[in-house]
Design a protein around this ligand. Structure first.
Ligand code: SF4
Length: 346
């Protein structure tokens, strides 16, 4: 634990040296929970019949974007399930243009997209419409592990396609974000070491990585629940499947800190999933080297149906309550907010 405290301090000092003390907000708009995919860990996977599906109407997306401007957030992130139909592609392009036209206090809102794999043409089309960054998490950079957490034998869950999508995003000129889950079944320490190398080799601009929180309504969540019933099995389950919340939090913070030491200039998100493990999980990540937070600004009625994992926090809070709560917590750790700033490192 003491070793980690030293690591956290080193990472924090590197962040201050290279990026300064500010934390940047990306107001998160969960635009739709309709998804064509079936990732084995995800609460809104297509195969989960217990989800009330929604697609936010334009006026609700724009209302949230206006909130972001008034609240002084320099950027928003449009996040949703993966769809590739032309109606969706056109709608996203239109929304990007409309959000840019809303302006911002000092400059138009920065727009991050997190809308899954698309063709290189669609990536370029959305970039030309005005999107600035794209977040596509690899989730597990090891191909074998990737295949264990996605359905096998389906074309739209292929590791190579995902990797290609990351290269296409770079070519299209986005600031590129990716990330992984920490504490997955079958995952090993070596996998995590290699995840960090993967980010470095890809020269990403931002990383959002957080703990894997099992959700019982998913195949992977069921598997972990079974393993907990049957602790004696000799089957290989990886290094982390049975960690306590405290251990998993510590491992996640360690990854954040190691990444800051490896890539001192990039943006690193303190992910919401950390808050499931500890009410101050995100603030602890800020103290371990992270510098971005994505406060949820989705209209409250829709937000409760965007349940990616069990115990997702803040589902009942509106955008203003989320902001107030976050500011209080950030103040408690002495963090400064980069109001009206995008916080891009290049
Ligand atoms: S992780 Fe993303 S692509 Fe996979 S099922 Fe969930 S929303 Fe869809």
């Amino acid at each position: 634990m003491e070793t980690n405290n030293n690591l956290f301090k080193e990472a924090y000092n590197l962040k201050i040296k290279h990026r300064g003390p500010k934390v940047y907000f990306r107001g998160l708009i969960e635009i739709s929970n309709v998804c064509t995919k079936n990732c084995l860990y995800c609460g809104i996977r297509k195969g989960n019949p217990c989800v009330d599906r929604y697609v936010l109407p334009d006026n609700q997306v724009l209302e949230s974007a206006r909130f972001a401007i008034e609240a002084g957030y320099g950027s928003i992130a449009l996040q949703g399930g993966e769809r590739q139909d032309s109606e969706w592609v056109e709608r996203i392009a239109r929304l990007i243009r409309e959000i840019k036209e809303l302006g911002g206090t000092s400059q138009p809102l920065g727009i991050t997209l997190s809308l899954g794999e698309q063709s290189s043409e669609v990536f370029r089309y959305w970039k030309q419409a005005g999107a600035d960054r794209y977040l596509l998490r690899i989730e597990a950079s090891d191909e074998q592990l990737y295949s264990k957490i996605h359905p096998s034998g389906t074309k739209n869950h292929s590791y190579s396609t995902r990797l290609q999508a990351l290269y296409d995003l770079k070519s299209a000129g986005y600031l590129l974000g990716t990330g992984v889950m920490i504490g997955l079944p079958y995952q090993t320490r070596v996998n995590l070491d290699n995840d960090l190398k993967f980010f470095k080799e890809l020269e990403v601009d931002m990383v959002g990585m957080g703990p894997y929180i099992p959700y019982e309504l998913t195949p992977l969540g069921k598997l972990v629940a079974q393993w907990k019933q049957d602790k004696e099995s000799s089957e290989f389950r990886g290094d982390f499947w049975n960690l306590s919340d405290k251990q998993l939090l510590n491992l996640s913070l360690e990854m954040v800190a190691r990444l800051r030491c490896l890539m001192p200039h990039i943006n690193i998100a303190a992910t919401t999933a950390l808050q499931v493990l500890d009410p101050l999980g995100r603030e602890k990540a800020i103290m371990a080297g992270a510098n971005v937070i994505m406060p949820n600004i989705t209209v409250t009625e829709a937000k409760r149906n965007y349940n990616l994992y069990e115990g997702k926090p803040g589902l009942q809070d509106d955008a203003q309550a989320t902001k107030d709560f976050l500011l209080k917590n950030l103040e408690s750790v002495g963090a400064e907010v980069g109001w009206n700033e995008r916080g891009d490192w290049r």
